[in-house]
Design a protein around this ligand. Structure first.
Ligand code: KIV
Length: 273
């Protein structure tokens, strides 16, 4: 039996997320990239489904999120939107389709909204992409911000370490969070930053703050669904909790199938016409 949310019966919108923050109900967010997984995620009561550009890693096998294209993201998002009966679905704007190009940002976001039916987009960065975010929101498209470890900038950071550990970067992150709120972002993702800083940001802004590796004193949590189900067996950062051992369970089921086929145990008399 799962947690019964006060908001269980209604389709989640950006306004619902804000009400959840106001009422102190934590927001449960997971990624999904296909219809089948998103149907299960939605049925489990997840409030917010992110079609993350982490699809580059978990669906396509790239080392970074840099190579994924807008068309790739749209293909993944179409199936997720069809599956989500209650959860809000937000789609990552991929690297190269918005940074430094406000008009391109609007065109990319409009294409996502028109072709997928999603409820909004997520964009990585703070002040350096203010104009791009402003223009997308002005076009009527809800934007979720993303600060801290922003994986599209991995080549600038030189790795996936914890961000904003020092005072200067922490103050810059705080200023960026206030800027995202001022621009009208409906939520902000904070990735891999000290918990105390994330808590300070969540208290300082009125919009929901969703953390990943950012401690518990924020307004919600997000994880990559394959990671938390144990399907991505090589990946176990400190912030991640495994809620299943699906990788091993799936492999065992598949090995069973292979044996049954080889030994002509499948199909049996009842499993044929
Ligand atoms: O791409 C992604 O999945 C993300 C989340 C991990 C926040 O950005």
């Amino acid at each position: 039996m799962g947690y019964i949310s006060e908001f269980a019966q209604s389709k989640v919108t950006t306004a619902t997320l804000r009400k959840m923050k106001e009422k102190g109900e934590k927001i449960a967010c997971l990624t999904s990239y296909d219809f089948t997984m998103a149907s299960i995620v939605d049925a489990a009561g997840v409030d917010f489904i992110l079609v993350g550009d982490s699809a580059a890693n978990v669906m396509m096998g790239y080392d970074t999120t840099v190579p994924i294209t807008l068309d790739d993201m749209i293909t993944y998002a179409k199936g997720v939107v069809r599956a989500a009966k209650r959860a809000i679905v937000i789609v990552d704007m991929p690297f190269g389709y918005y940074q430094g190009q406000p008009q391109v940002a609007v065109e990319s976001a409009v294409k996502i909204m028109k072709l997928t039916g999603a409820a909004g987009v997520k964009m990585e960065g703070g002040r350096e992409i203010s104009e791009e975010i402003r223009r997308v929101i002005a076009a009527g498209i809800p934007v979720c911000g993303h600060l801290g470890l922003t994986p599209q900038s991995v080549n600038v950071f030189g790795g996936y370490g914890v961000r904003a550990k020092g005072d200067a970067e922490a103050e810059k992150l705080m200023a960026n969070a206030l800027e995202l709120e001022r621009l009208g972002c409906f939520a902000i993702v904070l990735e891999k930053i000290p918990a105390a800083l994330a808590a300070r940001v969540a208290q300082s802004v009125s919009v929901p703050v969703i953390g990943i590796g950012a401690g518990s004193q924020v307004d919600g949590q997000v994880l990559v669904v394959q990671d938390m189900l144990g399907m991505n067996r090589g990946f176990s950062p400190k912030f991640m909790r495994r809620y299943g051992d699906m990788g091993n369970e799936m492999q065992q089921a598949l090995e069973h199938y292979v044996s049954d086929v080889k030994e002509v145990d499948f199909p049996n008399a009842q499993e044929q016409y």
